[in-house]
Design a protein around this ligand. Structure first.
Ligand code: T3D
Length: 280
């Protein structure tokens, strides 16, 4: 049973005021944080409130030592349709620079820098910033009826939310370039075949746990420090030479080897029992 439904607290940029927002739903099950984007009527497109609420929620996941993995998905039929285009045309809406600098860049930086696995389940269409937020996550599952659209070119924008960094590294420069320029819709199956996502899974029925949730639960019980250091090593591999990366591995393996979970893992193997990892 999922429990501990908490309305995310959001911090308005530039002041310390906190307010509740129901645009993000945040639950904790054992050691797993479960985050739902919750603006289903507009396909979970991002307005300022939801972007700030997501940042606040991710920050609390980072700070809470009991949380050892994060699962991100959307409510309703979509994962996320990117920027709320009604907001950008409203008179008091944020400008483009603010949207990128204060909404999307911090979210991508958090997803990549939190040293815990972030698992995304793309439950439906993921467009624009919504697609690139999903692709920034550590393990991306998608339901059979999900799809991905680099929708930016259709409205005269360039891909943001780390897309120009992430997508060519996932699927190669040529395919990334074509998808970003043409704005073609890619099915979940095609995304898996291209290496854009990890795996397509069946949508859960009657509340049954699907493979994405099961994998997230499993990751939340694994050696958290080791997984976090794996993420740190992968992050640095994008810009390092082989020699530099070998040095990173040497340093981070030493750190991983000093954890109680490493000791437990080795002992459990030798004693032929199931390990009980504590995330330390
Ligand atoms: O200034 C800036 O824009 C900076 C931001 C940059 C980052 C970005 O993310 S740019 C990309 C923004 N997103 C898009 O361009 C995608 C727009 N949406 C779509 O192309 C389609 O909705 C989808 C392909 C995602 C899904 O199509 P479909 O046919 O399944 O659904 P629909 O009928 O188009 O949408 C359902 C409702 O959601 C509809 O409202 P209604 O008619 O029921 O009242 C639609 O207007 C609303 N909706 C969908 N996407 C957005 C949206 N409302 C506001 N903003 C959206 N992005």
């Amino acid at each position: 049973m999922l429990h501990n439904l908490i309305l995310a607290k959001i911090a308005l940029s530039g002041n310390k005021e906190k307010m509740s927002s129901d645009t993000i739903q945040f639950k904790i099950k054992d050691h797993l944080a479960i985050i739902h984007l919750n603006r289903p009527d507009v396909l979970n497109s991002f307005n300022r409130e939801m972007a700030l609420a997501l940042q606040e929620t991710l920050q609390s996941c980072d700070e809470n030592e009991d949380i050892r993995a994060i699962y991100l998905t959307g409510n309703g039929r979509a994962f996320c349709a990117g920027q709320d285009l009604e907001e950008v045309v409203s008179e008091d809406g944020p400008d483009l620079t603010t949207i990128v600098a204060e909404h999307y860049n911090p979210v991508i930086t958090q997803i990549r820098s939190i040293e815990k696995p972030v698992i995304c389940f793309v439950n439906g269409v993921a467009a624009g910033a919504g697609a690139n937020i999903a692709l920034a996550c550590d393990v991306v599952f998608a339901s059979e009826n999900a799809s991905f659209i680099q929708a930016f070119s259709k409205i005269g924008l360039i891909p943001d939310s780390g897309g120009t960094y992430t997508l060519p590294r996932l699927i190669g420069w040529q395919k990334a370039s074509a998808l970003m320029m043409l704005g073609d819709k890619i099915s979940a199956g095609e995304a898996e075949r291209m290496g854009m996502i990890y795996k397509v899974v069946s949508a859960s029925e009657n509340g049954d746990v699907n493979e994405a949730v099961a994998s997230a639960m499993k990751l939340s019980e694994m050696p958290t420090v080791g997984l976090g250091l794996t993420k740190r090593a992968l992050n640095s591999s994008f810009t390092n030479s082989m020699g530099e990366q070998l040095m990173v591995e040497e340093k981070l393996q030493t750190l991983a080897g000093s954890t109680a979970d490493y000791e437990e893992g080795v002992n459990a193997f030798l004693q032929k029992r199931k390990p009980e990892f504590k995330g330390r």
